[in-house]
Design a protein around this ligand. Structure first.
Ligand code: SAH
Ligand code: SF4
Ligand code: F3S
Length: 466
């Protein structure tokens, strides 16, 4: 598909295939065909899967969580670390028996892992029961792939990247009713040296502000209470759009939509986190008081090798500024332990930053070499075992910090969005600083904003509705 095909033409083509699949389904199945969508990786993938589910429903499929009863099994995969890939192959393997046991089953693999040529070749050769594999730019082609495969085509492999536009107007089946994902951009241009995402997701592309606002409004009209704005680096939103707009301005516009709802966003790259953005967070009452600001490493030497384009001092200044401007703000972060060439002294710098900031929580990873990234070719003399020891040390340090942070909440009262039941008459929700609290209450309160006082910290915060 070439770039000069308009969005509308593409939707029309998709609709044409949706109609054709709908026509042949009754000739192939004596029941409503069921689709099982398995999603790995980040919220971007979760959000893509919601669109995939929408498309499948439009063709007449119903959804199931049990792959054993499915007629269409899809794996929307993640490539960010080796561990994620291993899990997927194990699960794909289980569909072999399913296809033996019953006819008419289609197996599909898509997402970030599928986008890599080496994976595409592996599936082609070693997983003959996979019917179709397609990359991250082809969700809108699913009806065509299914139609072709159901009408006798050979196996389908499509990881072409010549089409890299944001597709608007796809059907969507949202998983939740209270919290919803809203992608504001796709792809990434940062090329951190360890990271596969720019290779599998393509160049950064922002959605038009009007499209984002329209989707936000439709979610609020549908009763959603929390909108999570998604992008690999939301802080660089707006680059390349006709209209001049940045992320701070987008936040202000979404904040201005009428209604009682909350806005969250991730991920923020520290290098693009401006004072203007911090001021927007301060000024917009619907935007949560929480920043997910991955710093990856506290060692300037390692940050440079990672191509992160900030240093530890710049990061700590940013945190200081945010604390000054946004009272009560909390921080979370991502950290990689054991980047190639990292020494224990470098790692101690990471610990220093962790202690100085006082994060609410951390997402910590041991470095995983990714084929095709620059870091995969760097010398990596430290053993996995030693990295594991450093990793445990980091967890222990953070556990103490989290505990102190949580204990400081005891006795305070917060506006909490009640998200779910955790069983036994107990509910759980989040404060505007993204802190979880559990409390007693009736399930009818789910989806409401409540005032909750924190009574104690056990291994979680427990409170009472006031
Ligand atoms: N765009 C986001 C991160 C997306 S990936 C950002 O820049 O902050 C989520 C996290 O996975 C990263 O922040 C990083 O900590 C981790 N990660 C990415 N590649 C990795 C690798 N090769 N090995 C280990 N962790 C990795
Ligand atoms: Fe990966 Fe860096 Fe892009 Fe995040 S900003 S997705 S870590 S390349
Ligand atoms: Fe994984 Fe792709 Fe997200 S690699 S982390 S699913 S963008």
């Amino acid at each position: 598909m070439s770039n000069n095909i308009s969005n509308q033409q593409m939707l029309d083509t998709m609709q044409g295939y949706i109609e054709r699949v709908k026509e042949i389904i009754p000739t192939l199945y004596d029941h409503t065909p069921l689709a099982c969508i398995n999603t790995y990786g980040c919220q971007q993938n979760v959000s893509d899967s919601e669109r995939i589910k929408g498309i499948l429903e439009a063709m007449g499929y119903a959804l199931t969580d049990d792959y054993r009863e499915a007629d269409f099994v899809l794996f929307n995969t993640c490539a960010v670390r080796g561990h994620a890939e291993d899990r997927v192959f194990g699960n794909i393997g289980r569909t072999k028996q399913l296809k033996k046991d019953k006819g008419g089953v289609l197996v599909a693999v898509c997402g970030c892992m599928a986008q890599q040529e080496i994976i595409c070749d592996k599936v082609k050769k070693s997983y003959p029961y996979v019917d179709m594999l397609f990359g991250t730019h082809h969700i809108q082609n699913i009806p065509e792939y299914i139609y072709r495969r159901l009408t006798g085509s050979g196996r389908i492999f499509d990881i072409s990247t010549d089409f890299n536009e944001v597709v608007e107007g796809l059907p969507i089946h949202r998983d939740g009713k209270i919290k919803g994902w809203l992608p504001i951009m796709h792809g990434c241009d940062n090329f951190c040296t360890y990271c596969i995402v720019p290779y599998v997701r393509g160049r950064e592309k922002s959605r038009k502000p009007d499209d984002v606002l329209a989707e936000a409004k439709s979610m609020i009209d549908a009763g959603f209470k929390e909108i999570m704005l998604l992008g690999q680096n939301v802080n660089s939103y707006g680059k390349g759009l006709d209209e001049e707009i940045n992320f701070a301005e987008l936040l202000r516009r979404i904040n201005a939509i009428e209604g009682d709802f909350r806005i969250r966003f991730m991920t923020s790259h520290p290098k693009d986190c401006t004072v203007e953005l911090l001021e927007a967070v301060r000024d917009c009452e619907k935007v949560e008081r929480h920043l997910h600001l991955p710093f990856q490493s506290g060692s300037d030497r390692i940050l440079k090798a990672m191509n992160r384009r900030y240093d530890s001092e710049g990061y700590l200044n940013l945190i200081k500024k945010a604390k000054e401007l946004i009272p009560g703000v909390t921080f979370t972060s991502d950290i990689i332990v054991g980047f190639p060439g990292e020494t224990y002294d470098d790692f101690k710098e990471t610990l220093r930053v962790v202690k100085e900031v006082g994060f609410q929580a951390l997402f910590t990873f041991i470095y995983s070499p990714r084929n095709g990234t620059p870091a995969a070719n760097m010398d990596d003399p430290v053993s996995r075992e030693e990295k594991g020891v450093w990793f445990s040390e980091l967890l222990a340090v953070q556990e103490e910090i989290s505990k102190k942070n949580y204990e400081a909440y005891v006795g305070t009262t917060h506006r909490v969005l009640c998200e779910e039941s955790v069983g036994e008459g107990r509910l759980s929700g989040k404060t505007s600083a993204s802190v979880d609290i559990e409390f007693e209450g009736d399930e009818s309160l789910i989806g409401r904003f409540l005032e909750v006082r924190v009574d104690k910290f056990t291994n979680l915060l427990e409170g009472t509705i006031v």
